[in-house]
Design a binder for this molecule. Structure first.
Ligand code: CU
Length: 311
């Protein structure tokens, strides 16, 4: 009979080999190794370089303050990974070593004082170390020098910015300043390697002064004298934004920061003091053509019915 034949065939098959626990444990650790190598390759391929991959997602900053924050981030991630790998290791080891082999339960361990003390004390130590470094770096990032080299008054209003260079005077006797409008992006020119203090002031609601590359933002609050200080290492053009939802045109409240050499900064301020316009003063320090105006962002259409008109 056909049915019988099939049974015979099944019976003739060699019985599956019993794998020893040690062999299956080594196979499992082999698979784990392959998975980790795969994960590592994925991280490396996703980043542009090894340094990017080992930044663990931390963006690049342009200030010494940002470098310190990077160190804190790396330290925290390494600590988290060390704890994670240890815990995952214990879990996988238990899964393989104590998997069910029969009806008999393995030895049950409870109230093991050394272990309980260990897993109370070690997390406390980890948190204490992280807290210590967080406090140290936060204090460093928030530090203000007795005498900054440049002080900029940052005035936020719905929905734009005004920057005033303290200690300067233009041809009308007023402080050299830069004010944005809905058709003009304000450009804030700053020198490299100098201690720059920002003094914030809001004319209406809460805004937030944010240049992503500084890896820092501080709220601009009515009635509060919020300040902070940075030293910018790298020249370049950086977009600045309002990072606090402040109303209808919040998303359009952009500005640009131009970081130039101290000599160019000095020349720019001198020209502005003589009454030269921002685009002309920028041209005099090497920004020509379209670069006389903002290049990292552009004025948005603030007409409320603009979207409707497009349809
Ligand atoms: Cu705002």
């Amino acid at each position: 009979m056909q049915r019988q034949g099939r049974q015979e065939h099944v019976a003739a098959r060699p019985s599956p080999k019993r794998t020893s626990p040690r062999r299956s444990a080594s196979r499992a650790s082999g698979r784990l190794g392959v998975a980790l190598v795969g994960l590592g390759s994925l991280v490396l391929l996703a980043g542009c370089s090894a340094k990017d991959a080992f930044a663990f997602g931390w963006p690049k900053g342009i200030t010494p303050q940002a470098d310190q924050m990077y160190d804190l981030w790396i330290g925290s991630v390494v600590a988290a990974l060390a704890v994670g790998v240890f815990v995952w290791g214990l879990i996988f080891w238990c899964v393989v070593r104590y998997r069910k082999r029969g009806e008999e339960l393995p030895a049950q361990t409870r109230y093991n004082m050394p272990i309980e003390v260990l897993y109370t004390v070690v997390p406390f130590l980890v948190i204490a170390v992280l807290f210590y470094y967080t406090a140290i770096i936060q204090t460093y990032v928030d530090k203000r020098s007795a005498k900054p080299d440049v002080t900029v008054d940052v005035v936020a209003f719905k929905w734009n910015w005004q920057f005033r260079y303290e200690g300067t005077q233009d041809d009308t006797g007023a402080t050299v300043s830069e004010t944005g409008t809905s058709s003009y992006i304000p450009i804030l020119v700053l020198p490299t390697g100098k201690k720059i203090r920002f003094k914030e002031e809001s004319k209406d609601v809460i805004h937030s002064f944010w240049v992503p590359e500084l890896l820092f933002k501080r709220d601009v609050m009515p009635g509060f004298d919020n300040q902070f200080e940075v030293t910018v290492r790298q020249p370049g053009e950086y977009v600045g934004r309002c990072a606090e939802l402040c109303g209808t045109y919040h998303s359009m409240m952009n500005f640009e920061v131009r970081v130039v050499s101290p000599e160019k900064y000095q020349k720019y301020i001198e020209l502005r003091s003589q009454g030269t316009s921002t685009p002309d003063a920028l041209e005099a320090i090497g920004y020509t053509g379209k670069e006389r105006y903002a290049i990292t962002t552009e004025p948005f259409n603030t007409k409320r019915d603009a979207a409707r008109d497009k349809k």
